[in-house]
Design a protein around this ligand. Structure first.
Ligand SMILES: [Mg+2]
Length: 209
C-alpha cells in the first residue's frame, strides 16, 4: 500500500533547459572563454551539493566565463530555465490532501526559492529535501536517508518518482517503491497508479485522510 509520495522535480514536475541560460549568459561572456556549459558544470555540481554557497558560485562562474553582466542578469538567466509538466502537476493537485507529498531534488537554494515563488504547484507539497541543504546528491544514499528521517517515511509504503534510472535504482535499494517517469509517456504513469490502486482524482469514496 502506498501511503506517501516522494517526487523529483527536474523532468518530473518541471522540465528544464540549461541551454536557455547559456544562450543568455553567452551574450556577456568573453567569446574566448570556451564551451560555457562545460565550464559551468563542475561549479554547478559543487553548488548543488552544498560545498560552495551562492556568492561563491556566482563568483566562480563569473571568473570562469569572464561574465561582464550584473548579478541580477546572471540570476534571472540561471532561474528562467523551467517549464511546468502539466499532466504531472495535475496529478499532484489530485493527490493533495489524500497523501503526504514530498520533494527530493538535486538543486540549489537559488532554484528552490525561484520555483516556489513562480509555480503555485509547490504549495501542494508538505516538505522537501534538497541536495544543497543536506550536502548529498542523488543517487548518494545520504540524500534518501535524509528524506526518510525528516519525514518519517516508510520506504516500502512510499512511491518515489524520478526520471533518472540511477536515482530510481538507489531508492529501490533502500526499499522504496519507485517509478522512473518519462514525461513523453505520461500514460504509462497513469497506468502504474491504476495498478497500485491509487485514484488520480479524489472521488466520493476516496476522501482526504
Ligand atoms: Mg530529474
Amino acid at each position: 500500500v502506498i501511503r506517501a509520495f516522494l517526487f523529483d522535480i527536474g523532468n518530473v514536475l518541471l522540465r528544464f533547459d540549461f541551454q536557455r541560460a547559456i544562450e543568455r549568459l553567452r551574450e556577456k561572456c568573453d567569446p574566448a572563454a570556451g564551451e560555457v556549459l562545460e565550464l559551468i558544470e563542475p561549479i554547478k555540481v559543487e553548488y548543488e551539493s552544498g560545498r560552495i554557497d551562492r556568492p561563491m558560485f556566482q563568483q566562480q562562474v563569473r571568473e570562469v566565463l569572464k561574465f561582464t553582466g550584473s548579478d541580477p542578469e546572471f540570476v534571472s538567466a540561471w532561474e528562467e530555465i523551467f517549464t511546468e509538466i502539466e499532466p504531472m502537476t495535475a496529478i499532484v493537485r489530485g493527490l493533495r490532501g489524500r497523501y503526504p507529498l514530498y520533494l527530493l531534488s538535486n538543486t540549489s537554494d537559488l532554484h528552490v526559492e525561484y520555483i516556489f515563488r513562480t509555480y503555485p504547484i509547490f504549495e501542494c507539497f508538505d516538505g522537501g529535501v534538497y541536495s544543497y541543504a543536506v550536502r548529498a546528491f542523488k543517487p548518494e544514499r545520504g540524500i534518501y536517508e535524509a528524506a526518510i528521517a525528516k519525514f518519517g517515511l516508510k520506504p516500502s509504503e512510499t512511491l518515489f518518482i524520478d526520471d533518472l534510472e540511477a536515482n530510481v535504482a538507489a531508492a529501490r535499494e533502500l526499499g522504496f517503491r519507485t517509478w522512473q517517469y518519462d514525461w513523453r509517456n505520461h500514460a504509462a504513469f497513469l497506468n502504474e497508479l491504476e495498478q497500485l490502486g491509487i485514484a488520480a482524482e479524489p472521488t466520493a469514496t476516496n476522501q482526504p485522510v
